[in-house]
Every structure is written in C-alpha cells, then in structure tokens.
Design a protein around this ligand. Structure first.
Ligand code: PLP
Length: 430
C-alpha cells in the first residue's frame, strides 16, 4: 500500500502513508471527520462496492486519516497491508475472525497480557472458538498442541508483564511445519525493536494504545498482514480461499493475492463487526509514531539502568528484564530485539504481596495505572489488577505472581526514577 519501503525507519515513521493533503496542501495528515464520501456517479459507487476500485465509501470501513496510519504501520512492520481497529483487543478478535469458525482453536503462549488470556480462555468460547495455552519456550509442546481444528498460533514478542522475549524464529518454524499462520502481538516491542515478519510471522497485531501513540491518549489497535501466507494451500481458510457468501461469492485470495487478508478484514471484518478506529484516534497515533524511535531508544536506556539497579538491591528478590545478563532469555535479545529488550519488566520484592501493595502506594513519579508504553513511568501490581481474573497457576505461568510488581519505564531522568523506587522500597520493606 506504500512505495516507501526502501527508506530508513526514522524517515518512514514520519512520512509513510502521508502525503500533503491533495485538497488543501495541508502538510500534517488532516483529521477527516466525516462519516461518508460523495460518489462521483452511480457507476463509481457500484465499482467501489464491487471492490473493482479502491476508494472511500463509509468510515466504518475506511477513512483517509485512519488509512494513513494503517499504511504507516504496515511500512514500519514491513507488511503488505494493515487494518486499524478500535483497540488492541479488537485487533486480536479481528485478526482471528477470517481464520476461525465454530469448533476451531488457536494455540497460544501462557505468557500473555492478562486481558488476552481472559479473552482467549473465556470470551471467545461464545463464538465456539477455543485456545490451548502452552509454554512457548518448548516448540515440541506447541506442535503437540496443534490438531486438525487449529487455525493459528499466537504469542507476544516481549511478553507482558514479565518482559520475556519469545524465540519467534523457533515458533515460526513450528507454524511453518504445520501450515498455520503465526500471529505475533508486537505491542511491547514495537517495530523499532523487532519486526516479527522478518522472523516468520504471518500477522502482527498491536495495541496502538501503548508505545505507538506513546503518551496515554488513545485506545487503538492495528493488524498488519505480511501478505506471505498461502491461504489456498489447504482448505482450512475458506473465508479467504473459497467463495465468500457475505461478499457475493468473491474469492478473496484469488482476486486480491497478497492483499486478500487486508481487504477481507475491511470488506467483511470492519463492515460486519464494526470495530473501527476513529479518525481523531488515528491522528494522535500518527503524531506519536513520528517520534517512536527516539522514545524507544530512551525507554530502553532507562530500563537497562533501572533493572540493573533493582537487581543489585538486597530488598529485591529478582528482576525479569531480559536485557540483564542474568536473565535466562538474555541470549535472545541480540537475535530477536537487537536494539534492546524493551522497557517493561517485573521485579519481586522480599515481603511478598503486602510489600508490593505498599510499594505501589508509596511511589510518587511512577503512576499506578493499568497501562504501559507511556512517556511517563507506570507501575502496577498485576496479581491484584490486570491478572486478577486468572487462577493462581495462570498468574505464575504468565509471570504475574503475587510477590511481583510490573514497571513500564518512561523517558524521564533515570536517576529521578531510581530515587523514587529507592524511597518506596524503603517504605514497602520497613
Ligand atoms: C501486550 C498487549 N496486547 C494487547 C493489549 C490490549 O490492548 P487494548 O487495551 O488497546 O485493547 C494490551 C493491553 O494492555 C497489551 O498489553
């Protein structure tokens, strides 16, 4: 959808998907706050509705501001196309929608954002879908969990909350061998730290709510399609490889090739599920992405300093940051996230659950919120909040044990953040 692919990341994050506005010359992407678009004539309208011509019909489907964001994220991830959604959670349902049907399942990592574990273990059951959770450090276990009804494999690049890096190459090898698409949630890494398609991912999903927007102002999501999966290689994906009854018999893969998934997600997914991003949200996210590489570099620099400081502190039991040489996942950093292990990790306090709660209540610069990927530093006690709906076993498997606190390190002065943690640890462990 963009011809800008040869430009560097820092150039693409500012220019991809955006041209001076053809109507006014406006340099910044305008917020096209409109529901509908006037057809040139009846023939034009018919061509648009038949997908014979690409253009704007109605903002539940497409909108120029939202499309600029989709094209920008597709360019940054190295994908063929992208679709924006109303939230990261919406992007996950939308990503699965063309692949699934009643009785079908996905194989997912045990290390996921708690809300995703709930979405996959509870809510999708209402559609007749299900998920099997396995340890993604064990490729044989992933393969053993795949059965005839499995339609996708799902993991996070840098898993929330523990900051554990998934060996995407090993997982993609399994997905390839069993002929299934690999969906990677790249929210916590962002395409600046990792481009999962280069490691074999079929689809990349994002909560744009986090680092892409970067300042805690938007709820949004994006799905990027690599355009590389052969949807017609088996009869497992009829929405893409067989005549689509909800689109007058169109065979998406035959008609649209590498753009089949993207067009299906717009023409059927957004049309009928309506999980659409609004143009204001897209505009804020476009503004955020312009500085993504600069922010991520600082997030990582601060996270490294703070994780090392915490690890050396006797009041701390352990720190999960994969950027620390002591981490069992440290040797994956160079291969999967060569610019750094992100800025999200957990640490366990001597003193357990009660000490964690006291720490959270004693911090001043860190905000106690259910969010991550903001310019400001954030803290949460996952076991009593985001991962509260999980069983104790699921909490431990997800890296959200009761004695653990999650930090999302911002881009403030690292020394100020360390001083804040120091005084709060003193109160927590007194
Ligand atoms: C890794 C990850 N994926 C997806 C989501 C869901 O995103 P949203 O809150 O935008 O629906 C979150 C939210 O915290 C997340 O951390």
């Amino acid at each position: 959808m963009t011809d800008d692919r040869k430009l560097g990341f820092d150039t693409l994050q500012i220019h991809a998907g955006a041209k001076p506005d053809p109507a006014t010359g406006a340099r910044q992407v305008p917020i096209y706050q409109t529901t509908a678009y006037v057809f040139r004539d009846a023939e034009h309208a018919a061509r648009l509705f038949n997908l014979e011509e690409v253009g704007y019909i109605y903002s539940r489907l497409t909108n120029p501001t939202v499309q600029a964001l989709a094209d920008r994220v597709a360019a940054l991830e190295g994908g063929a196309g992208a679709v924006c959604c109303s939230s990261g959670h919406a992007a996950q349902i939308m990503a699965l929608f063309p692949l699934m049907g009643p009785g079908r399942n996905i194989v997912a990592s045990t290390r996921l954002y708690g809300g995703t574990i709930t979405q996959f273990s509870q809510t999708i059951k209402r559609f007749g879908w299900s998920a099997k959770f396995v340890d993604f450090d064990d490729p044989a276990a992933i393969e053993a969990a795949v059965d005839d009804d499995t339609r996708a494999i799902f993991c996070e690049t840098i898993a929330n909350p523990g900051g554990v890096i998934t060996d995407l190459d090993a997982v993609a090898e399994v997905a390839n061998r069993v002929g299934l698409p690999l969906i990677v949630d790249n929210t916590t890494a962002t395409p600046w730290l990792c481009r999962p398609i280069e490691h074999g991912a079929t689809l990349v999903v994002h909560s744009a709510t986090k680092y892409l927007t970067g300042n805690g102002t938007v709820t949004g999501g994006v799905i990027v399609d690599s355009g590389k999966f052969d949807w017609s290689a088996s009869d497992k994906f009829p929405s893409l490889s067989a005549p689509e009854p909800a689109y007058h018999g169109l065979v998406f893969h035959k008609a649209l090739g590498p753009m089949a998934y993207t067009f299906h997600s717009i023409a059927v997914g957004l049309r009928d599920l309506g999980m659409t991003m609004n143009p204001q949200g897209a505009h804020y996210t476009l503004m955020g992405i312009e500085t993504l590489s600069l922010r991520m570099a600082r997030h990582v620099e601060n996270a490294k300093k703070i994780a090392a400081w915490l690890e050396a502190d006797p009041r701390v039991d352990h720190v999960t940051y994969a950027g620390l040489p002591s981490s069992p996942w440290h040797d994956r950093v160079a291969r999967i996230c060569p610019k750094g292990a992100g800025a999200l990790f957990t640490f366990a306090i001597k003193g357990g659950y009660d000490a964690c709660v006291r720490l959270v209540d004693s911090l001043h610069l860190f905000s106690h919120v259910a969010n991550l990927g903001d310019t400001r530093s954030l803290v949460i006690h996952s076991a009593s909040t985001t991962h509260r709906q999980l069983t104790p076993e699921q909490q431990v498997a997800a890296g959200a044990a009761p004695n653990v606190v999650r930090l999302s390190i911002g881009i403030e002065d690292a020394d100020d953040l360390i001083a804040d943690l120091d005084q709060a640890l003193a109160k927590a462990t007194a």
